[in-house]
Design a binder for this molecule. Structure first.
Ligand code: SAM
Length: 296
């Protein structure tokens, strides 16, 4: 086996050929073959030997190899059994890497974190994510409160734009609010199709999410906050008032919904996409109080 880095077209083809590996589209297998992109990804993660990195979906190890060189310790979770012997072979020179087999969506990541990264204060999630499950993976890591420093991930460009969107733009929606509630976002770079084998049929981007010490807004009931946010975006072309009236029908009179919007200082004819996180939080508190009063 040559000394060349894995993330080159030649070495990637060599590894795939040697093992007779066939790509599975259903697992979102698009492997990176460009070191400049890898450099941008790991630079955004601000790694050094004192830090750890958790990779999701190492594939044949292109990014894993780079992480092994830059971070103190690397854990990589791969679902596809066929990749395990390949990873074992190509990552053999890197004793600071451990590959775990499993589905990240079902994995007890807190347990892994506690055991494997013991003594590491800063650990980042760094991954070229399988596109068929981008949002569920990111939401799992956020909702479970995994204490990552940064999450630097390659995802579909459209999804990255939605996560980093500002209020009042077409990309702003419930995903934006959910991500920005937990994290500061920055778009690292847009990525052309040509840096993957095989090439995906969507555009890609690298986004960095940095966990906030405390959420962007204070709410007394997180679940209710996200319920209100979802309700406001249920039908994007409808006003907030209409969306909330449908959502709370049976629990609240239509007129009452309008009044409460006004109490929260929000014009009932606005649409969900124009509300800032602070406005969603204020609205949530107002609605919650009214529902509690109604019950008492
Ligand atoms: N990191 C490699 C690279 O950049 O070349 C491969 C990235 S490829 C886009 C996504 C990888 O995630 C594949 O290796 C795929 O088998 C793996 N994968 C897909 N679904 C997964 C899941 N639910 N849990 C863990 N790994 C998964």
């Amino acid at each position: 086996m040559s000394d060349m880095l894995i993330a080159t077209p030649r070495r990637t083809k060599e590894i795939i050929g040697k093992h007779g590996f066939q790509f599975k589209k259903s697992l979102g297998q698009n492997f990176l073959i460009d070191n400049n992109i890898l450099h941008k990804i790991t630079a955004a993660a601000e790694l050094d030997e004192s830090k750890g990195a958790l990779e999701i979906g190492p594939g044949i190890g292109a990014l894993t190899e780079r992480l092994a060189k830059e971070a103190g310790k690397v854990a990589a979770i791969e679902i596809d059994t066929r990749l395990l012997p390949i990873l074992q072979e190509v990552l053999e020179p890197y004793p600071n890497v451990r590959v775990y087999h499993g589905d990240v969506l079902k994995y007890d990541l807190h347990q892994l974190w506690k055991e494997y990264f013991q003594g590491y204060e800063k650990v980042s999630v760094v991954a070229n994510l399988p596109y068929y499950v981008t949002t569920p993976i990111i939401m799992k890591l956020l909702e479970e409160g995994l204490p990552f420093e940064h999450m630097v991930v390659m995802i579909q460009k459209e999804v990255a734009e939605r996560m980093a969107a500002a209020p009042g733009t077409k990309d702003y929606g419930s995903l934006t609010v959910a991500v920005q509630y937990y994290c500061e976002t920055s778009l690292v770079t847009i990525v052309p199709h040509t840096v993957f084998i095989p090439q995906p049929n969507v555009d890609s981007a690298v986004i960095r999410l940095t966990r906030r010490e405390t959420p962007a807004v204070q709410v007394s009931d997180e679940r209710f906050f996200f319920e209100v946010v979802q309700a406001c975006f249920a039908q994007r072309r409808k006003t907030i008032s209409n969306n909330l009236q449908s959502h709370f029908s049976g629990r609240m009179e239509k007129e009452r919904v309008k009044e409460l919007l006004q109490t929260a200082g929000i014009d009932p004819v606005r649409r969900g996409e124009t509300l800032s996180l602070q406005e969603f939080a204020r609205l949530t508190e107002t609605l919650e109080q009214a529902l509690a009063e109604g019950r008492s």
